[in-house]
Design a protein around this ligand. Structure first.
Ligand code: ADP
Ligand code: MG
Length: 398
C-alpha cells in the first residue's frame, strides 16, 4: 500500500488530527495559517487552535497576484507560472511559521489549502449559457505537499460546484459543525473582501442551515483606498468617518441587479471593483464628491447590504445574535453602522463562542479537510448542492 494511503487510513481512525488550515481571500492581504488540533468529525467535531499567524503578502507578491486577479483577460503564461509559484511561496510561509511555532513539519498530519482566488464566476456574472458557474483558486496542492512534506488537501470549491453549488460560501459547513447551538439563533457574519453569513436557527438540522454572500465587505473600500489614499485599507474607518454619505450614490449602487435577486447568491471583486464605483458616480450624475465622501458611502453600502441580505432570509421577529469575524469587524465605523441599522440585535465577536475571528476562515478549511478524511458527506439545505459531499483534492508529498 502507498505509505500516504496507509497514513490517511490511520489518520481517519485516530481520535484527533493536527491540521493546518490556510486562507488567503479576495483581500490579498496575506496568508492566514491556523494550526488546529481537531478531535472527532461531523457533529462531534471539536477544534483547538494551537497556533495562528497571518503572514502579510509583500508588495512583490501582491503585484504578481494582481496581474491575474479578477481580470477577464490575462496572460495564460503568467497564470500558468503563478500556479506553482504561489504554492512555493505558501510552502515557505508554512515552513517558517512552523519553525516559529516550534513545531516540526512531521508533527502535522494535513495541510488544508484554500489557494489564492483568481476568478469567481457565478452564473449571474457570465453571459454564456453553455457554461455553468465556475471559480478558480491557484497555488497547486502537489507543490505544497512536496515542499512541506505534508499531505495536502486543496481546491475545495470545485466539488461544491460539481455537486450543483456555486463554490461559495463554504463556511456554512464548519459554521454548522462548530457553532450551531440548541438554544440560540446564531448568525455568523464574516466580513472579508466579500461579506457572507450563515444562519443557524436554534437546534437546527443541517437542512435548515442557510448561507449566502451579501455583497461587498472590504473589497471596494480597499480598492478605493489603494488608488486615492495610497493605503491598503481604511484602518478603523478613519477616512470614511471624515466623509459624509452621499445618498444618491448609495442608492445608485444599491440599484445593481445583484442586490435585487433572491438568496442564496455569491459574488466577487469581478463585480465590486473600482469600475463599479466610477460607473455609479457617473450614472448618478454626481460631479462634486470628495474621496472621503466616497469612502463614507462605500462603508455605508457594505453595512446596508449586509443588513438587507440578513432580513431577506431571517424573519424580522426572530431573536438572534450576530457573531462577527474577518478583517471588516475591525472597521469601527462599519460596526457602528450595523449597530444603528439593527439596534435590537446583539453584535459580538466570534471569540465569544470560542473562535478566533481572524483565524475563523482558516479554521473552517481545516474542518473541511478533517471531514474529507474522517467525516462523511454532508448536505446543507438551502445552499445549492444537490447531493451530500465532502470537499478537497488530496496531494501526497511523494
Ligand atoms: N483595523 C482595521 N480597520 C479597518 N479595516 C480592517 C482592519 N483590519 C483589517 N481590515 C480589513 O480587512 C481586510 C482583510 O480581511 P480578511 O478577513 O483577511 O479578508 P479576506 O478573507 O478577503 O482576505 C483588509 O483588507 C481590510 O480591508
Ligand atoms: Mg485575508
Amino acid at each position: 500500500m502507498h505509505p500516504s494511503i496507509q497514513k490517511l487510513y490511520d489518520l481517519a481512525g485516530q481520535k484527533s488530527r493536527k491540521i493546518i488550515g490556510l486562507m488567503s481571500g479576495t483581500s490579498m492581504d496575506g496568508l492566514d495559517i491556523a494550526l488546529c488540533e481537531i478531535t472527532g468529525a461531523g457533529i462531534q467535531t471539536k477544534v483547538k487552535l494551537l497556533h495562528f499567524t497571518t503572514v502579510a503578502y509583500d508588495k512583490h507578491m501582491k503585484d504578481q497576484i494582481s496581474t491575474v486577479f479578477s481580470k477577464s483577460m490575462v496572460s495564460l503564461e503568467q497564470l500558468t507560472l503563478l500556479n506553482p509559484w504561489i504554492a512555493l511561496q505558501h510552502a515557505s510561509m508554512i515552513n517558517e511559521a512552523l519553525a516559529k511555532f516550534g513545531v516540526s513539519n512531521s508533527a502535522i498530519d494535513i495541510i488544508a489549502s484554500h489557494g489564492q482566488t483568481i476568478y469567481h464566476a457565478p452564473k449571474s456574472l457570465h453571459p454564456n449559457d453553455e457554461f455553468g458557474p465556475a471559480t478558480l483558486q491557484i497555488g497547486d496542492g502537489d507543490h505544497l505537499a512536496v515542499h512541506t512534506n505534508i499531505i495536502t488537501i486543496s481546491d475545495f470549491r470545485q466539488k461544491h460546484i460539481a455537486a450543483g453549488g456555486e463554490g461559495a460560501p463554504l463556511a456554512v459547513y464548519g459554521d454548522y459543525l462548530l457553532c450551531a447551538n440548541p438554544d440560540e439563533n446564531r448568525l455568523l457574519l464574516n466580513i472579508g473582501g466579500i461579506a457572507n453569513y450563515t444562519y443557524l436557527p436554534a437546534g437546527c438540522k443541517l437542512s435548515e442551515v442557510f448561507s449566502t454572500d451579501t455583497g461587498p465587505g472590504n473589497t471596494m473600500m480597499d480598492a478605493f483606498m489603494r488608488i486615492h489614499f495610497n493605503q491598503e485599507y481604511d484602518k478603523d474607518g478613519i477616512i470614511a468617518k471624515q466623509g459624509v454619505v452621499n445618498v444618491d450614490l448609495l442608492n445608485k449602487m444599491k440599484q445593481n441587479s445583484f442586490f435585487q435577486v433572491g438568496l442564496p447568491k455569491t459574488i466577487g471583486p469581478e463585480l465590486f471593483n473600482i469600475l463599479f464605483i466610477e460607473e455609479a458616480i457617473k450614472n448618478a450624475n454626481i460631479t462634486n464628491i470628495t474621496p472621503s465622501d466616497i469612502m463614507a458611502t462605500l462603508n455605508r453600502l457594505t453595512a446596508e447590504t449586509i443588513v438587507d441580505a440578513i432580513y431577506m432570509h431571517v424573519p424580522v421577529n426572530d431573536k438572534f445574535k450576530i457573531y462577527t469575524s474577518g478583517g471588516g469587524m475591525h472597521n469601527n465605523l462599519l460596526i457602528e453602522h450595523l449597530h444603528s441599522l439593527m439596534p435590537n440585535v446583539e453584535i459580538i465577536s466570534s471569540i465569544e463562542i470560542g473562535i478566533h475571528p481572524d483565524a475563523k476562515e482558516a479554521i473552517l478549511f481545516a474542518v473541511l479537510a478533517n471531514e474529507c478524511i474522517a467525516g462523511s458527506p454532508m448536505y446543507v439545505g438551502g445552499n445549492a448542492t444537490k447531493i451530500p459531499i465532502t470537499m478537497g483534492k488530496i496531494s501526497f508529498p511523494n
